[in-house]
Design a binder for this molecule. Structure first.
Ligand code: ACO
Length: 320
């Protein structure tokens, strides 16, 4: 028994923020952002938070799958920007959709989060523990962004994507995940500085910090490496893969991966031009785009792969 995706859904906030809008708040330009990243616009949450976006994406995925919320056994929400420290965002989604029979918890693996969620649910399903699951990737990084830092504020957007997964033959074929905590400081968001009654300091909310070039170097090496590993171990050739659905951080990273894997760019769909880097949401929103556009056929082999803070990385080979 493995884990098959039987429905997808996504949600993006209505508010569109174009590169030109950002050029009004920091020293940047549409030309710089497009040429360095491929991003033209992104959606930013005005009132909605991570759990709301996640619940909306979840409802759409359940509808697409024809599954009732009560039938879910497990809900995993991959996010690095939960609305609260606790309760977990996954529990808020559970309440919002009425998944009364599910266990719900969050996974924190930043932009690799959806891959880690899929791989975790796969483990439970292979072990015969759960039959029907919901994996969501949702992030609202606009709340953690320093809007005076042009090096990061132009890159991110807010969104949620979800997949309903069922224990069936076929589906997720093989996977890998990895992390390197030593490199953690190159991409971090210190949520709260230490402060309590004893040291007399007031906790403060921190912002995201990124050493862009270090992350870039890590991504162009790790993504092809883990894609190669998954395919080799599954004994599936690169040419048999219909799509490589990679984390949407930067089109240059996707191009570099395609080059290293010696595969044509047509196999690497992208949506970062419209949504920016939506962290844990990039892979499931892109899967949902492809699914709703009728571009996925049963039996298609798809590789999903991501990288992000931690540092973390992961890939999975999926049969649609
Ligand atoms: N507009 C204009 N100029 C800018 C901007 C901006 N928005 N941002 C930086 N610059 C300037 C820099 O100050 C620098 O100027 P200088 O030469 O005068 O010092 C110059 O542009 C070049 O800066 P670099 O950092 O070298 O630019 P680079 O080509 O590396 O592109 C980028 C930066 C886009 C951030 C790139 O490094 C990148 O994409 N890195 C990977 C980021 C990534 O994938 N993040 C995902 C993280 S996933 C997660 O877990 C959240």
């Amino acid at each position: 028994m493995t884990a098959r995706i039987i429905g997808t859904g996504s949600y993006v906030p209505e508010r569109v923020v174009r590169n030109a809008d950002l050029a009004e708040i920091v020293d940047t330009s549409d030309e710089w952002i497009v040429s360095r990243t491929g991003i033209r616009e992104r959606r930013l949450a005005v009132e909605e938070g991570t759990s709301h976006m996640a619940a909306e994406a979840a409802k759409r995925a359940l509808e697409d799958a024809g599954v009732k919320a009560e039938d879910l056994d497990i809900i995993l929400l991959a996010t690095s920007s939960p609305d609260n420290c606790f309760p977990a965002g996954a529990c808020e989604v559970q309440a919002a959709i009425g998944a009364v029979n599910a266990v719900a918890f969050d996974i924190s693996a930043a932009c690799s989060g959806f891959i880690f969620g899929m791989n975790t649910v796969y483990g439970f399903m292979r072990a015969g523990i759960y039959k029907t699951g919901l994996v969501i990737g949702a992030d609202c990084l606009s709340k953690l962004t320093d809007w005076s830092d042009r090096g990061t504020c132009v890159l991110f957007g807010d969104a949620a994507g979800a997949a309903v997964v069922r224990a069936e033959e076929g589906g997720l074929v093989h996977m890998t995940m990895g992390s390197d905590g030593v490199k953690g400081p190159v991409l971090s968001c210190v949520a709260r500085t230490t402060g309590n009654f004893v040291n007399g300091r007031t906790p403060e909310i921190g912002y995201m910090y990124m050493d862009g070039q270090e992350v870039f170097k890590f991504a162009v090496k790790k993504v092809p490496e883990c894609v190669n590993q998954v395919l080799q171990e599954a004994q599936v050739s690169m040419d048999e893969v219909r799509y490589f659905v990679l984390h949407q951080a930067n089109y240059r990273i996707v191009e570099a991966a395609a080059k290293r894997l010696k595969q044509p760019m047509e196999k690497f769909p992208m949506n970062m031009d419209r949504y920016g880097n939506t962290s844990g949401a990039t892979v499931p929103t892109l899967l949902d785009d492809l699914n709703r556009a009728g571009k996925l056929e049963r039996g298609d082999k798809i590789v999903i792969a991501g990288f992000g803070a931690g540092l973390t990385w992961g890939a999975a080979l999926i049969e649609w």
